[in-house]
Design a protein around this ligand. Structure first.
Ligand code: G3H
Ligand code: 13P
Ligand code: ZN
Length: 322
């Protein structure tokens, strides 16, 4: 199967009450870990590339890595998506350069300007058979070089979504309901603590999601900032020389619930980074004499694969849907 757009994936996900995993890729081991899990679990998948990933690994290398995954996993649908496209030029470069889906993220701009920029990208993308994700509302956290403080984040206003989708023609919409980018999604002051002393974040705003869905029946909704920050990997990092106090993510049962509703795409990046970093830190601690990158990247890739398998089966509900 060649690379696909997300149209068919989202239609089935919406009707089936599950979500597609959108995992960020930056190197070969991450691509392999994700797609091996998806192949074994027969799950459709979105591999997404940020501006930072293109700067780090180079557009061509990333496209070729994803094409290699498509060749190795012919039985599952794979989409190649631009994550947080910052402007028309970056979206155009990805549309012209083999991507099947792009995000234009003009969510920090005023409403009218967000519509104008998004519409321009949609027109170019649709002329080239590519689909477009747009965003309304602002998440807290860090995306590429843009850091949004928690107080500057704002929930999506449901009363704006119909006008936005109608005027832009976008194919899916990322909304802000309380998720946040990175491994430190909430300050201690925003959370309570459970019996183990782990921070418990405020619940997602399902009332906002439900009102958006009521206004946009059948329309695919996207959640960014949806890593759960697994505490076993935070502990592995901290036990092996790292320092990540109070890293906390989105509880997985809330993501599962969102997937049963209108959320068709759930973005996960930080969890993969934690699995990779924790595994490599532990490896070096246990084997200070080793220096062959294959020896530490192999268990890192294996742990990414198992983490992705868990997401597909237990959180997204998309295992067996390819
Ligand atoms: O939302 C942002 C993604 O996690 C990508 O992160 O910009 O560091 O590649 P990045
Ligand atoms: P996390 O930082 O929660 O993994 O979010 C990733 C994301 O939204 C990528 O666009
Ligand atoms: Zn994001």
């Amino acid at each position: 199967m060649a690379l696909v757009t997300t149209t068919e994936m989202f239609r089935k996900a919406y009707d089936g009450g599950y979500a597609i995993g959108a995992f960020n890729v930056n190197n070969m081991e991450i691509v392999q870990g994700i797609t091996e899990a998806c192949r074994e679990e027969k799950a459709p998948v979105i591999l997404q590339v940020s501006k930072g990933a293109r700067a780090y690994a180079n557009h061509t290398y990333l496209v070729k890595l994803v094409e290699a995954a498509v060749a190795e996993c012919p039985e599952i649908p794979i989409a190649l998506h631009l994550d947080h496209g910052p402007d028309f030029e970056t979206c155009k470069a990805c549309i012209d350069g083999g991507f099947t889906s792009v995000m234009i993220d003009a969510s920090s701009k005023p409403f009218a300007e967000n519509i104008e920029i998004t519409k321009k990208v949609v027109e170019y993308a649709h002329d080239h058979g590519v689909v477009v994700e747009a965003e309304l509302g602002t998440l807290a956290g860090i995306e590429d070089d843009v850091k949004v403080a928690a107080h500057a984040a704002s929930y999506t206003r449901p009363e704006e979504v119909e006008e936005f989708v109608t005027k832009t023609g976008c194919d899916s919409l990322a909304i802000a309901i309380g998720t946040s980018h990175g491994a430190y999604k909430f300050t201690a002051a925003q959370c309570t603590r459970n019996e183990q002393g782990i921070l418990v974040p405020p619940p997602l705003r399902f009332d906002v999601l439900e009102e958006v869905s009521r206004r946009l029946p059948g329309f695919p909704i996207v959640l960014h900032g949806s890593s759960s920050v697994p505490q076993n990997y935070v502990k592995m990092i901290n036990d092996n020389g790292g320092k990540m106090p109070d890293a906390v993510g989105i509880p997985e049962e809330q993501l599962r619930h969102a997937a049963e509703l209108s959320v068709c795409k759930i973005n996960i990046d930080s969890d993969l980074r934690l699995a990779m970093t924790g595994t490599i830190r532990q490896f070096f601690n246990e084997h200070p004499d080793k220096f062959d990158p294959r020896e530490y990247l192999k268990p890192a890739r294996a742990n990414i694969k198992e983490l992705v398998r868990h997401k597909l089966v237990d959180v997204l509900g998309c295992a067996g849907k390819a």
